[in-house]
Design a protein around this ligand. Structure first.
Ligand code: ADP
Length: 546
């Protein structure tokens, strides 16, 4: 017997329709490349998204066609999310911090037929246009009077293009498994691979991400996504905010501590999200100017491990709760978030901190397990480490165009799991903690050393601005840890002080064999430390003999 309830597909257009009908006057505020602050509402967003869908339809864009974006967080980018996705085409967000050659490769692999860009990225368009013959139009996201030109390339103006559409466009009732978004992984090993999100996976992810033990977003929140809309859909916030009726504030191109802080305060932001490196800049600005956050309540930090010292700083100095989260492009991206449960409420603060420092607990929809090299499931005891596998309705089944073959591993009963490439422990309550990416973990004398633990401890030292640990070849132990440090401005911390700082905090055999000071640590396109580059940089480095 079938249930007798309405069969309504889960579509991103339904999120926008909901926001328009039930939160229509809620504001979206954007700092623009034009330099000013732009304000409008969810109802306005819907009108312009319909216009855009209509304009693209007139241009011959249909269901499944890919539209590329190279854009900051802003209202026009959001219109593309909803206009393109709502009509059944696919929004392909591209990371502008990648090398132009890689961008051209991705555009061609995705088969983008049109590409919209913020004018900050004009040099990229100039470099890639001749190499992307499949792109029929390059659309500049800017007011018509500021329309740029590139000799030999026909640039379309977004506002003029929008004017060719009409607002009477009706969102089609698509199959909820229709593709809506495309995001490429960073490709630190080999070419990037495309992850194709569905309407269904996107809506379910937005529901789950809004739950109280996830982001806990509501219609009382003002949300400022620092995480870019080209980094796994700004972790789902562009879908989650209209779903709950939260105000949205977009920072545009200004991501330095001062600009962010001013926007937080002026727009009374209550919730934000981003990678740890962004918060370092913000914390430094706030501290050095003796400022306070007057409205910010909580912030989601993930993308790479959030050092416990950062969680403490936000809470103790500023009264802001950090939600440590873990995810990846292949998981839409949210998998786990660290929040306390009833049984933890009476624990002492130090014990609570240890829980909050973990990558956290799954949200309904995601399941995890850890396995040995032989694929054997490992116990949830909080100490046994293994490769982390995930499954769920917003986890990848297959990469775009079948790249890399079948990515899943299977149980005897045929249940498929996605191998995350992370090494982790899971405790008896289900809290997961990442030890390392499997390619970063250091294997010393057959035992594993967590580079994340060593880095977290190093950045807690006041003399350290940034730290990274890599494994270096060792004749007896195979690999030993090397600590690479950027000193905090105005400090002269020494190798000996740093090595002594580890004493009593970790097993002594984990202590790095040496420290190297550098001016900067290379960061990848999403603000994460590029260990591949560091390993290259220190290829000829030899550890001091003991
Ligand atoms: P890439 O870094 O390759 O661009 P993603 O942005 O999808 O791809 O990153 C996913 C990876 O980032 C995870 O597999 C994990 O290694 C790392 N990561 C994400 N969040 C955390 C976290 N909170 N702690 C530690 N590592 C994290």
């Amino acid at each position: 017997m079938q249930g007798l309830m309405m069969d309504m597909p889960l579509l991103v257009s339904s999120i926008l329709e909901h926001a328009t009908r039930h939160h229509g006057s809620v504001e979206i505020v954007s700092r623009r490349v034009e330099g000013d602050l732009h304000r409008y509402t969810y109802a306005d967003l819907n009108q312009r998204a319909r216009r855009l869908a209509s304009a693209f339809t007139r241009l011959g864009v249909g269901v499944g066609d890919r539209i590329g974006t190279l854009a900051w967080n802003g209202y026009r980018h959001l219109e593309i999310y909803y206009g393109v996705g709502g009509m059944g085409a696919v929004v392909h967000t591209i990371n502008p911090r990648l090398h132009p050659e890689q961008i051209a490769w991705i555009v061609n692999h995705a088969g983008d037929t049109h590409l919209a860009f913020d004018i900050s990225f004009l040099p990229i368009i100039q470099a890639i246009a001749p190499r992307c013959p499949g792109v029929q139009s390059w659309i500049a996201l800017v007011d018509a009077e500021r329309q740029p030109t590139i000799p030999g390339v026909d640039l379309v103006n977004y506002e003029e293009f929008l004017a060719t559409g009409t607002t009477d466009f009706h969102w089609p009732e698509l199959d909820e498994r229709t593709a809506v978004g495309l995001c490429y992984t960073s490709g630190t090993t080999g070419n990037p691979k495309g992850v194709m999100y569905a309407h269904r996976s996107t809506v379910l992810h937005a529901y789950a991400a809004a739950l109280p033990d996830s982001i806990g977003a509501s219609a009382r929140d003002t949300v400022l996504p620092v995480v870019p809309m080209f980094h796994v859909n700004a972790w789902g916030l562009p879908y989650l905010c209209p779903l709950v009726g939260a105000r949205l504030v977009f920072p545009g191109p200004s991501l330095d501590g001062k600009s962010l802080y001013e926007l937080f305060e002026a727009e009374r932001v209550t919730f934000s999200a981003g990678v740890p490196t962004i918060w370092q800049g913000l914390l430094a600005h706030v501290r050095s100017n003796g400022l306070k956050f007057s409205t910010l309540q909580r912030t989601l930090i993930g993308g790479s491990a959030c050092p416990p010292s950062m969680i403490d700083a936000f809470r103790d100095e500023f009264g802001v709760d950090v939600i440590h989260g873990w995810g990846m492009t292949e998981l839409s991206p949210l998998g786990t978030l660290s929040r306390l449960q009833f049984k933890h409420l009476d624990l002492d603060p130090a014990a609570q901190r240890r829980i909050l420092a973990k990558q956290g607990h799954v949200i309904f929809g995601i399941d995890l397990k850890i396995v040995s090299d032989e694929g054997q499931e490992l116990p949830w005891d909080g100490t046994t480490q293994g490769e982390l596998l995930a499954r769920g309705p917003w986890v990848i089944r297959e990469y775009f165009r079948g790249e890399g073959g079948d990515p899943l591993v299977y149980d005897a009963d045929g249940t498929g799991w996605f191998p995350t490439g992370d090494v982790a422990t899971i405790d008896p309550d289900g809290y997961m903690q990442i030890t390392d990416r499997s390619k970063d973990v250091i294997k010393s004398g057959g035992e594993w050393i967590s580079t994340i633990d060593l880095e977290n401890l190093a950045v807690a030292h006041p003399g350290v601005a940034q730290a990274a640990v890599i494994g270096v070849a060792h004749p007896k132990w195979d690999e030993r840890p090397l600590l690479i440090v950027v000193r905090a401005p105005g400090t002269e911390v020494t190798r000996e002080e740093l090595l002594a700082y580890y004493e009593g905090k970790i097993a002594s055999w984990w202590t790095p064999n040496d420290v190297q000071f550098v001016d900067a640590i290379p960061l990848g396109a999403t603000g994460k430390i590029l260990k591949t580059k560091l390993r290259e940089q220190f290829r000829d480095y030899v550890l001091p003999s003991e």
